[in-house]
Design a protein around this ligand. Structure first.
Ligand code: KG4
Ligand code: ZN
Length: 332
């Protein structure tokens, strides 16, 4: 079975072709235009998707070495995300499915991430515990089957990736923050600089706005309007990254104590973080379960995960008509 997937929920236009679950092509065009604004500008994002979608679809099909009429399913992200951005990919997919006379399958972006571990050689085993950490979401889930997902907890304020991006901006490193903070943290050391982990009443929820504020206070107190020295930047990045990673691993361990699972998966853009991968890998060893984190190209937004999820929904017998619309928020 050949599936084409289209992803356009935020600032990456991506098109992929998978065949029987194997990725034949997965092209991602990142929109650099947002860098100068320090965050994604929705209107600019929609325009960039419009420019990229057709050339990417053509190239992804060409690279996959299958013919257009060999495509069995057309799937695309329907939400959550930026409404204008989503509309570009979803509308294109509907038209393409119609012209090929093939089923159109809308996919939830977060579900795309949740099952992205299945793109790897070693697959997660049900039931598994899944930590979704991206720029827009932080979720801890108990996944029983393809269609049975139980939410254990989520962030009550900022998402983990959002915290990386905001802290990076406020210490002057730039956007996107995750990779930059990680790079600086690698040069940093354990010092007396510590940022607190939020303690919440609800067992599996997260909060990252406090740690961001405490970095802000520290930087204002220590440096005022002066430039932060490089060494200090590295130590701040080190302390901040430790704090976020500890907060995430602590809740994962709590869930592992209370839920019997066969695998632990780490997905979403922040899953690219080396320290987080290492910490969760150690936890999986402690609990004698398998650990699956996608390869870096499947951590961030990509269409291969959308195509894979589209195929699963189709195999589960779900049918959608061309009136299906985009939805900007998570609850749908
Ligand atoms: O999943 P994703 O590509 O987009 C959303 O759906 O949000 O995630 C992007 C997020 C950004 O916040 C980025 O800073 C973060 O993932 N990120 C990282 C790393 N690489 C990307 N965060 C921490 N460490 C990294 N190495
Ligand atoms: Zn994402």
């Amino acid at each position: 079975m050949n599936v084409i997937g289209i992803e356009s929920s935020c600032d990456e236009t991506s098109v992929a072709v998978i065949s029987n679950g194997k990725v034949l092509s997965n092209l991602v065009a990142s929109q650099d235009i947002h860098k100068i604004y320090g965050g994604v500008v929705p209107e600019l994002s929609s325009r960039a998707h419009l420019q990229m979608i057709l050339p990417l679809v053509k190239k992804a099909i060409q690279e996959s070495n299958i013919q257009k009429d060999e495509i069995d399913i057309v799937s695309a992200t329907a939400g959550p995300g930026l409404i204008g951005a989503l509309l570009v990919g979803l509308t294109f997919a509907k038209g393409f499915a119609y012209s090929l006379n093939r089923p159109f399958i809308p996919v939830n972006h977060i579900e795309g991430h949740i099952f992205s571990g299945f793109l790897m050689e070693e697959k997660p085993q049900f039931p598994f515990l899944c930590l979704v950490v991206s720029g827009g979401h932080t979720l801890l889930l108990y996944v029983e089957s393809d269609l049975k997902i139980k939410k254990l907890g989520s962030t009550i304020d900022d998402a983990a990736g959002e915290a990386f991006d905001k802290v990076s901006k406020l210490i002057g490193l730039g956007y996107p923050g995750g990779p930059l903070i990680q790079k600086y943290a690698e040069k940093g050391y354990e010092t007396e600089i510590k940022f607190p982990i939020a303690r919440l009443k609800s067992k599996y929820d997260f909060s990252f706005s406090g740690v961001k504020t405490s970095v802000l206070r520290f930087v204002q107190k220590e440096y005022g309007d002066t430039k932060i020295p490089e060494n200090d930047l590295a130590n701040i990045a080190y302390a901040f990254q430790n704090s976020v990673v500890d907060a995430l691993s602590e809740k994962v361990e709590l869930a592992l104590n209370n839920y019997s699972v066969k695998s632990l998966t780490l997905v979403g853009g922040v899953a690219a973080n080396k320290l987080l991968r290492e910490k969760l890998y150690q936890l999986s060893n402690k609990y004698k379960i398998s650990f699956i984190a996608p390869a870096i190209e499947y951590c961030g937004d990509n269409a291969a995960m959308i195509a894979y999820r589209g195929q699963k929904l189709y195999e589960a017998g779900l049918k959608f008509d061309l009136n299906y619309n985009v939805y900007p928020s998570l609850n749908k």
